[in-house]
Design a protein around this ligand. Structure first.
Ligand SMILES: Cc1ncc(COP(=O)(O)O)c(C=O)c1O
Length: 332
């Protein structure tokens, strides 16, 4: 099977497994795992934050980050298909009392006019107060689209005027960085907090990080434990992340090239595929998923008429060419 359902389906490489086996470890709830500490320092440094904390998932990193920026009963503004809203199973409302309002943009971009119109300052007992704006870069359900750094800088300026915090769900910020050449730290500069994942295009089996100030991360450490995310000798997992940062960032250009090849085969404009996610409109998504599966290609339906494919470390050029051939025939 050629599995294009997600970039999370990768299995650790031989080199990554070796790094995991050889990792120095300690009890990370005591803050004594040297490999976790190295990973946290490295990722904080790369993105220009004071501190970072290792989490099992990107969802948990988003929850503890937004909780650091907002209070119970306050709101975050975000795009309507943001992962924090659609795919974290209501965690932000259910666990940390956050509410939300949304703007819609088919390419997952920032809509400053909509944000300006929605933003609600503290009005005492009358309106829910907006305390954070969250953006997703790259945007998963919009098809791996990139929010340009200039737009993020304008958002930052507005957020400063409005005394509002900015969170970046940067599960795939690595893809945006590789595709645009924008330094990772430039993304970090515009955000109060960030969440980044090691388990997507970077190919680690697990792991994400939340980034913020030393104080926010200390607070996040408490919430992570409360949520059941205090982990012990997880240097073995952090080592996979460190290995991925050494070996799997620059190679993402290949994934992006492969994604454009798939987009073209599916009759989409390849220029609209900016990173490793391809979303195509089809008349009947479940039928396309089933037909592709019959021919050894796994793709996902993300709505009745939308099929999604992701390229990653575990599919090479010949796999992608084979998938492109099959999909072109199905969609012809
Ligand atoms: C944009 C985005 N944010 C957050 C996450 C959450 O990551 P996890 O599955 O590790 O909870 C995902 C997962 O696909 C994602 O695509």
């Amino acid at each position: 099977m050629i599995d294009l359902r997600s970039d999370t389906v990768t299995r650790p490489t031989e080199g990554m497994r070796r790094a995991m086996a050889e990792a120095e470890v300690g009890d990370d709830v005591y803050g004594e795992d040297p490999t976790v500490a190295r990973l946290q320092e490295r990722v904080a440094g790369l993105l220009g934050f004071e501190a970072a904390i290792f989490t099992p998932t990107g969802s948990m990193a988003n929850v503890i980050a937004l909780a650091a920026l907002t209070g119970h009963g306050q709101e975050v503004l975000c795009e309507s298909r943001a992962h924090i809203l659609r795919a974290e199973l209501g965690a932000h409302g259910a666990l940390t009392g956050l509410t939300s309002r949304t703007w819609s943009n088919t390419r997952g971009q920032v809509d400053l006019d909509a944000i300006r119109a929605m933003h609600a300052p503290d009005m005492g007992p009358f309106f829910v107060r907006t305390t954070a704006i969250s953006v997703e870069n790259t945007h998963n359900f919009a098809g791996g689209t990139i929010i340009p750094i200039e737009d993020l800088r304008r958002l930052r300026e507005y957020a400063d005027e409005a005394a509002c915090a900015v969170h970046i769900d940067g599960a795939r910020i690595w893809n945006a960085h590789v595709a645009t050449g924008t330094p990772l730290a430039a993304y970090g500069e515009i955000a109060d907090t960030m969440a980044v994942c090691l388990s997507k295009g970077l190919g680690a089996p697990i792991g994400s990080l939340m980034l913020g100030t030393t104080e926010q991360v200390a607070e996040a450490r408490v919430l992570r434990k409360r949520l059941g995310g205090g982990m012990r000798q997880v240097g073995v997992l952090a080592a996979a992340g460190l290995h991925a940062l050494d070996h799997h960032v620059e190679r993402m250009t290949e994934d992006h090239e492969h994604a454009r090849l798939l987009a073209e085969a599916c009759g989409s404009d390849p220029a609209l595929t900016e990173t490793n996610i391809v979303v195509v409109d089809v008349p009947d998504a479940p039928a396309v998923v089933a037909a592709a599966q019959d021919q050894g290609i796994l793709v996902g339906a993300v709505g009745p008429t939308k099929v999604r494919m992701l390229t990653h470390l575990d599919v090479d050029r010949s796999d992608v060419e084979q998938a492109a051939k099959v999909l072109a025939e199905i969609l012809a």
